[in-house]
Design a protein around this ligand. Structure first.
Ligand code: CU
Length: 388
């Protein structure tokens, strides 16, 4: 949340609004202005390229930019690689300055162009951590912001973290209507963290992923049915601190419904009446009907196959099943403490996640389905191909 707009109360007998907020929530500064950071004393700070750009336009910070340019001229790089190198070092430079002011951590953003490139994001994150460490900042004080563009894919990108890790969220609305973001892996005040923001606005909040599991995140702006049925959801996986038996292969399947109307030509839009009457045209795994018939999920005999199944709904239950298979373990909610064994079919409710472990034998092509026959008929059927 942005704490910078909160003016502290002068009267010492009463807690200021900001101090009250600090009691219940970690206050994170989202600004390039060091002076306001000194004044309001947030726990953590966060940087992003637009804040850094704004800061470099101010006279008192120009020297930071100059220092980085002088230093990086010796990098031996040229062209785009040199510019990228300068930007990385500039982000870290500002991060180091912020760390002199805040007692906690600073988060630094990876390039938004890596949004759908997991390996690229990891490489970039390691590079930023390395630069911080070269400047004497331990990695414990650094958070990496990974760009995660919602628009352009259904479901949205998978977020994957370990139990106990902190997620600092910067939610940017580049759309044309109000939106919000609700993480089922969090425990936060929803009227603050999950509130809707207007186009062009952004919202920061932070939570600790205290509970392990397979969770959904989604837009919660009214009418939520309409926002979710248009694809505004994704999976957030929190690996348990006490690990499950290691999986040989794992897949995330987000099940959801499509309710469509023809807008014009081949352009489709959502049909709100169909959403209300629960008459989907398709029920799908990961956005596309029957896609794993054409591109089967692959495994080998005897391997532990882990399927993280999240039902995004917005309306229908899933009865998850592998035809010809038996689940060695089912972890409702994705929590190892909830483990069941010897299960053929298990329900996943809208908004819920369940982890399924299957150890397949003999080799063959095993249909993975939602055993609700209507859903299976209109899209939730795929193949797990088990090789010898
Ligand atoms: Cu929305």
């Amino acid at each position: 949340m942005s704490a910078m707009a909160v003016e502290p109360e002068k009267n010492k007998t009463r807690l200021s609004q900001l101090d009250q907020l600090k009691k219940f929530s970690k206050v994170v500064a989202d600004t390039g202005d060091f002076e306001s950071m000194r004044k309001y004393q947030p726990q953590d700070a966060t940087t992003n390229p637009s804040l850094i750009y704004a800061a470099t336009q101010q006279e008192q910070y120009v020297h930071l930019l100059d220092e980085v340019i002088v230093d990086r001229k010796r990098s031996g790089l040229a062209g785009a690689a040199q510019i990228e190198d300068i930007i990385e070092h500039l982000l870290v430079k500002f991060g180091c300055e912020m760390l002199k002011i805040v007692p906690g951590r600073v988060s630094t953003e990876t390039d938004a162009r890596y949004s759908f490139d997991v390996e690229g994001s990891i490489k970039k994150a390691r590079q930023l951590v390395k630069i911080y460490e070269e400047r004497g900042i331990p990695r414990e004080r650094v958070l990496i912001k990974i760009a995660s563009t919602w628009e352009g894919s259904v479901p949205g990108p998978i977020l994957h973290l370990r139990q106990g890790q902190t997620l600092n969220v910067t939610f940017v609305n580049n759309g044309t209507m109000q939106h919000s973001i609700d993480f089922h892996a969090a425990q936060v005040a929803p009227d603050i963290a999950y509130r809707s923001i207007n186009p062009g606005e952004k919202l920061d909040f932070s939570f600790v992923a205290a509970t392990p599991g397979a969770f959904i995140y989604h837009c919660g702006t009214p009418p939520v049915l309409q926002h979710m049925a248009n694809g505004m959801y994704g999976a957030i996986i929190v690996d348990p601190a006490e690990p499950m038996p290691p999986a040989d292969v794992s897949y995330v399947l987000v099940e959801s419904e499509w309710y469509t109307a023809q807008a014009e030509g081949t352009v489709m839009s959502g049909d709100y009446n169909k959403m209300l009457s629960v008459t989907p045209d398709e029920v799908v795994f990961n956005g596309i009907a029957f896609q794993y018939n054409d591109h089967p999920l692959a495994a080998k005999v005897g391997q532990r196959v882990r399927l993280y199944v999240i039902d995004a709904g917005p309306n229908l239950m899933s009865a998850f099943h592998i035809i010809g298979g038996m689940f060695a373990a089912v972890y409702p909610d994705g929590d190892p403490k909830h483990a069941l064994s010897g299960v053929s079919t298990y329900p996943v409710a809208p908004g819920q996640g369940v982890v399924f472990d299957a150890i397949m034998s003999p080799p063959g092509k095993y249909p993975i389905v939602d055993h609700s026959m209507r859903s299976m008929t209109i899209g939730t059927a795929g193949v797990l191909s088990v090789a010898p």
